[in-house]
Design a protein around this ligand. Structure first.
Ligand code: PLP
Length: 367
């Protein structure tokens, strides 16, 4: 295979040629035309969650985790107390952020194949009124499980607490409606379902919560309040923006809207996910999660039952057929993951399944 393989990974993922080509120009960070791009990106991100007029979009340099950490550091006062219902590695990362930032933390622990339950969040908030915020991962990318954001948001709002959502791998593909799902922050990044290159994140923040967050942050560079105030005053990013990434993200969002926005993106991923699970099942590979709690974003599969299997040999062989897989993230079970996102070319997910089938045949022939 001499051409680039397709990335079946949950970011970075395969972007379109048009998105790549939009990175061929250098922009000055003070340039009016560049700052118009930033403003357009933020405006459209707000529209995707129906937050125009009630919420603010604040972009942040760095990978997605930088924005999650920035949102927690900015919104949760130093005397705050965060409840993290956890059923995977990204929830655990949020818990770690709270510990590192010195924010008081309580967790509700689930096995990795169990959804967070709104009733458990309700009980935790009732039994400990000192909790100020709940931090929820919408789609747990470590397994692909979907958590019930809307139900949890209703409970959190009823208790008058703040909700911070890591919607990194769902934003733009799964419905989040700020008019009916109350939250203080929804955090995502450029290189996930919106199919831009990696390099910047953003938080959609309820304006009232943002306005009250001055001085909370532990960090100079990661203070979303300061970034917001500076951007409002100057139209510029506070520190050097990832200009090429912003321009490419803008192009990726334009293509997203041309494709038909959230409904079309969600439908494409759902179709990919169906093709993937059906095809892999026919090849004898079993997915880790039951269909009812599987988000159409990334799928965890049990490793092939072959004496020759190691993830590395499987990965290398499938890559030689043109597709890059992703390692599993379960501690006790041998698994691998396949992402449903990105520009998968003409043959789409069917091509990926075919490649896996050929590799399995080769492995069995070698047995
Ligand atoms: C990708 C992702 C992140 C951010 O990871 P980075 O490596 O920092 O980009 C955070 N949460 C979830 C659920 C993700 O899928």
């Amino acid at each position: 295979m001499t051409t680039e393989p397709y990335l079946l990974t949950p970011g970075p993922l395969t972007t379109s040629l048009r998105t790549k080509q939009s990175m061929l120009r250098d922009w000055g960070s003070w340039d009016v035309d560049f700052n118009k791009i930033t403003a357009r990106v933020c405006e459209r991100l707000l529209q995707i969650v129906h937050g125009t007029g009630t919420h603010e979009c604040v972009p942040m340099q760095g990978s997605g985790t930088f924005s999650v950490e920035a949102a927690i550091g900015t919104l949760v006062p130093r005397t705050g107390h965060v409840l993290v219902p956890q059923n995977g590695a990204y929830c655990q990362r949020i818990a770690r952020i709270c510990r590192v930032l010195g924010r008081k933390l309580t967790t509700i622990d689930y096995p990795q194949d169990r959804q967070v339950a709104a009733g458990d969040v309700e009980r935790a908030l009732t039994s400990d009124p000192s909790i100020t915020h709940v931090a929820l991962v919408h789609c747990e990318t470590s397994t692909g499980i979907l958590n019930p954001l809307h139900e949890v948001a209703q409970v959190v709002a009823r208790h008058g607490k703040g909700l911070i959502v890591d919607a990194m791998s769902s934003f733009g593909a799964l419905e989040i409606d700020a008019r009916t799902t109350p939250f203080d922050a929804v955090v995502a990044a450029s290189g996930k379902c919106l199919e831009g290159p990696p390099g910047m994140g953003f938080a959609i923040l309820r304006r009232g919560a943002l306005e009250r967050s001055e001085g909370n942050c532990h960090s100079l560079a990661m203070d979303l309040y300061d970034q917001w105030v500076y951007m409002q005053k100057t139209t510029q990013w506070r520190f050097t923006p990832p200009t090429h990434v912003v321009a490419a993200f803008d192009s990726a969002i334009a293509q997203y809207l041309e494709e038909g926005g959230l409904a079309a993106r969600g439908a494409r991923y759902a179709n990919n996910c169906r093709t993937l699970i059906d095809g892999m099942t026919k090849l004898g590979l079993k997915s880790f999660l039951p269909a009812a709690i599987q988000a159409p974003i990334i799928v965890t599969f049990y490793a092939p039952d072959s004496p020759h299997y190691t993830f590395k040999t499987f990965y290398d062989a499938v890559k030689a057929h043109g597709y890059v897989l992703y390692p599993g993230k379960l501690t006790t079970l041998e698994t691998f993951r396949v992402g449903c996102m990105g520009q998968l070319g003409e043959r789409g997910m069917a091509g990926a399944v075919e490649a896996v089938g050929e590799v399995l045949a080769e492995m069995r022939a070698a047995a």
